[in-house]
Every structure is written in C-alpha cells, then in structure tokens.
Design a protein around this ligand. Structure first.
Ligand code: DC
Length: 218
C-alpha cells in the first residue's frame, strides 16, 4: 500500500509519516528533503535558487546520500527549497526517484506537498495534514531552537506563511488536498493522537484492500 501524506509546512507530517512507516513496516520518503537537498547544493555552489537551468542541473545530479546531509532543516535552506520547488524542471527531475521509492514492497509512506496529487495519484491512502498557522510556527520555532538556532516567533511565523503561500500559488504541482484525501487538522492534538488516528485509517484501508473493496465499500 502507498500512503501519501501532504500538507503545509510544520503541520506534523514528518513525525507522523516516519512513525506510520515504522509501524506498518514500510519505507519512508521525506520528499521535502529532496527539494532541500537540491536547494542546499545550489546554495553551496554559490548559485541562485530561482535560476531554473542551474537548479535543474543540481536536481539531475542529486545523490540520494545528500538527503542525509547536515544543515538541510535550516530556515535558509527551507526558503530556497520552496523556490527551487516552484520550477517544473526541478520537479520533473525528481519524479522518477519518488515513484520508484513509492513502489517498494510491501509499501511506502511519502510526505510532502504533491505526493497524493502528482507523485502517487493511485495511492491507496491519502492524508492531508494541517494545523493553524500560529501552532505550526510555534512547532517550527521549537524545532529550530532544539537545534540551537535562535529565532523569534514573529519572524518564523512570517517565514512559514510566506513559504505556504508560495507553495500554494505556484503553477507546478501546487499544495492542495487530493479529492480523495482524508483531512486531519492537528491543531491542539498530540503527536500520539495524530498517529493513532492515521494508524486506524491505514488499518481500515488495508482491511478494505484485503476484502477487495473501495473506501466506500464498493
Ligand atoms: O516539507 P519541507 O518543509 O521539508 O519542504 C521544503 C519545501 O519543498 C517546501 O517549501 C515545498 C517543497 N516541497 C514540494 O514542493 N513538494 C514536495 N512534495 C515536498 C516539498
């Protein structure tokens, strides 16, 4: 089974996706890390993340080992990631890799912005994970501070809001829920509660697949 988890920045997708993959015994792919790795590669080379030719060349040459590189989670790289992610040539260079990982038996969990709409429209379970802007900014601030980065809430809130509007407004694979996605608003929910809800949905879907029926019992 393929589980596609999409949603805006800092909604708790990564924590959920990693835990769900471990519980189901599936592979996990953080697709945002691909865009972050491309962005970091462009920045390290002194390039411009808005330059399509340059960013696409870095995307085509991307080594999966770069997904583990330190520094991918910084705000600077996140901002540049949202810029390279708006470039169609970058997105198409990363498509085949994502689909290959998604096909890994017995299943895969992908998280990102377009995994249920573009990468795996056939995914058996699609979740759209959201939370209010303030709560997402607070979570991102906590994440940054836990790594020793000093940021203030108003600055992080503005950055998260700017990145979201860029991810939603772009022409290429904009952030939006798939028509058949189940929406989970994690505002005020603990990570544990979010996981329990998603794990239940995954088990229900697996049972339906075993019976050979669709989500509505058809
Ligand atoms: O989830 P994240 O913050 O690590 O993602 C970084 C950026 O990458 C985000 O601003 C939008 C982009 N992205 C995307 O366009 N499509 C994806 N499937 C995943 C991330």
């Amino acid at each position: 089974m393929i589980v596609a988890i999409d949603g805006p920045a800092a909604a708790g997708k990564g924590t959920l996706a990693r835990r769900l993959a471990a519980a189901l015994g599936y592979v996990y792919l953080d697709t945002g890390a691909l865009y972050r790795a491309v962005a970091k590669s462009v920045l390290d080379a002194g390039g411009d993340p808005n330059d399509a030719g340059e960013a696409a060349a870095h995307a085509q040459a991307l080594d999966p080992a770069a997904l583990e590189a330190p520094g991918l989670r910084s705000e600077e790289v996140g901002d540049a990631a949202s810029r390279v992610a708006a470039l169609p040539a970058v997105r198409s260079a990363l498509l085949a890799f994502q689909r290959r990982v998604a096909e890994t038996p017995p299943g895969a969990v992908l998280d990102g912005r377009d995994t249920g709409t573009v990468i795996c429209p056939e995914a058996e379970l699609k979740l759209f994970v959201t939370a209010g802007l303030e709560e997402r900014a607070r979570r991102r601030l906590q994440e940054l501070r836990s790594r020793g980065e000093t940021h203030m809430l108003p600055q992080v809130l503005a950055e998260v809001a700017e990145r979201d509007s860029r991810d939603r407004a772009r022409q290429a694979a904009p952030l939006r829920p798939a028509e058949d996605a189940v929406e989970i608003d994690t505002t005020g929910m603990t990570p544990d509660a979010v996981f329990q809800r998603a794990f239940l949905l995954a088990n229900e879907r697996l049972a339906e697949l075993e019976r050979g029926s669709g989500p509505d019992g058809q």
